[in-house]
Design a protein around this ligand. Structure first.
Ligand SMILES: Cc1cn([C@H]2C[C@H](O)[C@@H](COP(=O)(O)OP(=O)(O)OP(=O)(O)O)O2)c(=O)[nH]c1=O
Length: 189
């Protein structure tokens, strides 16, 4: 059975390689709107569903398409990918010295059928000085990451602790994905 990852994210590709999955990549054209007035979990799942369906429409009905979306939530506000240097600095200034939540929505589409779920991880940042934040943003690493950091990169230097799934923070909750794949008849183990 052909499995397609509907994502341009190299992190998601690496996570699927980690579990030895044989898959192709097709990038979805979906625009994300983080300003929608719905629960953050619903938002992440809706984006994941949109990405999976968008690609599913372009492939054979037998192909299994995986879509995902990762957001950071703090004080009820959703942080997606920062638009520029200043927004990245602003996001990290809010996240410094406290807890936030990372939610990844994940969806699996096959033919007309779609199943979806999400995973939630609490991440605690250590306190950060303004100069540390500015130096980190200047590395460029935050620019294509939700919440303006990468736990799998230099951003590891910001993270005091996490509660929940690590891979969820990197962009794809593998356990949740395996449950969804099982629902549509694909067993990873
Ligand atoms: C919090 C966090 C996010 N991220 C990344 C995962 C996602 O790639 C990105 C959030 O953006 P997304 O919109 O979820 O994904 P994307 O635009 O990179 O890829 P696509 O829509 O094509 O699937 O943030 C990390 O790599 N590390 C982290 O610690």
């Amino acid at each position: 059975m052909q499995i397609i990852l509907a994502s341009a994210s190299p992190r998601r590709q690496q996570l699927l390689e980690l579990i030895d999955l044989d898959f192709d990549i097709m990038v979805s054209e979906v625009e994300e709107d983080n300003a929608k007035d719905v629960l953050p979990e619903e938002l992440a799942m809706a984006h994941a569903i949109d990405k999976a369906i968008d690609v599913s429409k372009r492939v054979s009905g037998n192909a299994v398409v995986i879509g995902a979306d990762t957001i950071v939530v703090v004080d009820g506000k959703v942080f997606g990918k920062p638009k520029d240097y200043n927004e990245a600095v602003r996001m990290l200034t809010v996240l410094a010295g406290r807890d936030h939540i990372v939610i990844s929505g994940v969806a699996v589409a096959k033919g007309g059928e779609v199943v979806s779920g999400f995973s939630t991880t609490t991440v605690t940042f250590r306190p950060l000085s303004q100069i540390e934040i500015e130096r980190y943003v200047a590395t460029g690493e935050p620019m294509d990451k939700a919440g303006a950091y990468a736990i799998q990169g230099r951003g590891a230097l910001l993270v005091e602790s996490i509660t929940g799934c690590y891979n969820n923070v990197v962009g794809l909750p593998l356990v949740r994905l395996s449950e969804l794949l099982r629902q549509i008849g694909v067993d990873l183990l």
